[in-house]
Design a protein around this ligand. Structure first.
Ligand code: ZN
Length: 271
């Protein structure tokens, strides 16, 4: 699944090709995505200039004079810049055609991706309004996380993966951050001290920033902005390493299931 670093990499990949461009046409081949694609997008946005691109959580926002397009890659989606004449495949659901002869194309075999539109401030849109802070922003701090966690019995791993608490901490990054912070993923969020939250917040920021620098983790479905694979193998310390020796203490990495997701941790290093 494309996670925050992949979406950020996509944004950085497509931004230089889209910013300042006018939309010549929006071709919708499959309107039944995660939510129905709104009617009349082509009429509404043809001729509009893409003023800016940004990201909020895993949503990409393309701001025009008429309103903002909200894009999501879903479970298996990828965005690529193609020549507008390049013929579309079965899973190529929409093209945003630009005046420079390129098209931004969503390929998504599972159709959990999304294309939505709002004329209002996207910050108040129903998909975005309830999102927690961006993990790499100053709004995401140990003090706020500590305050939010008081009285919470939920396991710390599920707590940090809740997008109302903080956005973009997907399964891989939650596992790796908890290892780096030395926190057992099963510990109740409400029982963790401020000092340990300070280590955890620093670890989350470090892991995500590193993944963004490296262009995201290994994802077969992800394709970078120029149509080149946008991923690089990242050295993962615990994720996917069940039974392998811990890089710190040599004890075997253990795998359990939490909230239907795989958790990997070192029982000796993570208390
Ligand atoms: Zn260990």
């Amino acid at each position: 699944m494309p996670e925050l670093p992949e979406v950020e990499t996509t944004l950085r990949g497509i931004q230089p090709h889209l910013a300042g461009q006018r939309i010549v046409e929006i071709i919708i081949r499959q309107p039944k995505l995660r939510w129905p694609v709104p009617h009349g997008l082509n009429q509404r946005l043809t001729g509009e200039k893409i003023e800016s691109l940004s990201r909020r959580g895993k949503y990409l926002l393309l701001q025009t004079g008429a309103g903002t397009l909200i894009l999501h890659l879903g479970m298996s989606g990828s965005l690529r810049l193609v020549d507008r004449k390049e013929s579309a495949g079965k899973h190529d659901h929409f093209d945003i055609v630009l005046e420079n002869g390129k098209a931004l194309r969503l390929t998504d075999p599972r159709r959990f991706g999304a294309l939505q539109f709002t004329r209002d401030d996207p910050a108040v849109h129903e998909l975005i309004a309830h999102l927690g802070p961006e993990p790499l922003s100053n709004d995401f701090s140990a003090t706020t996380l500590f305050a939010k966690s008081r009285g919470r019995k939920v396991a710390i791993k599920q707590f940090i993966m809740d997008s109302k608490v903080v956005v973009g901490v997907g399964n891989i990054y939650a596992n790796e951050s908890l290892f780096l912070a030395g926190i057992n993923p099963k510990t109740a969020a409400g029982r963790i001290s401020l000092a340990r939250y300070e280590r955890l917040v620093a670890s989350i920021k470090q892991v995500l920033a590193k993944a963004i620098t490296q262009g995201g983790t290994t994802l077969r479905d992800f394709v970078g902005g120029d149509g080149r694979p946008g991923y690089f193998a990242q050295a993962l310390k615990v994720y996917g390493r069940e039974g392998e020796p811990c890089s710190t203490c040599g004890n075997p990495i253990r795998q359990i299931t939490q909230g239907q997701r795989s958790t990997y941790y070192c029982p000796r290093c993570q208390k």
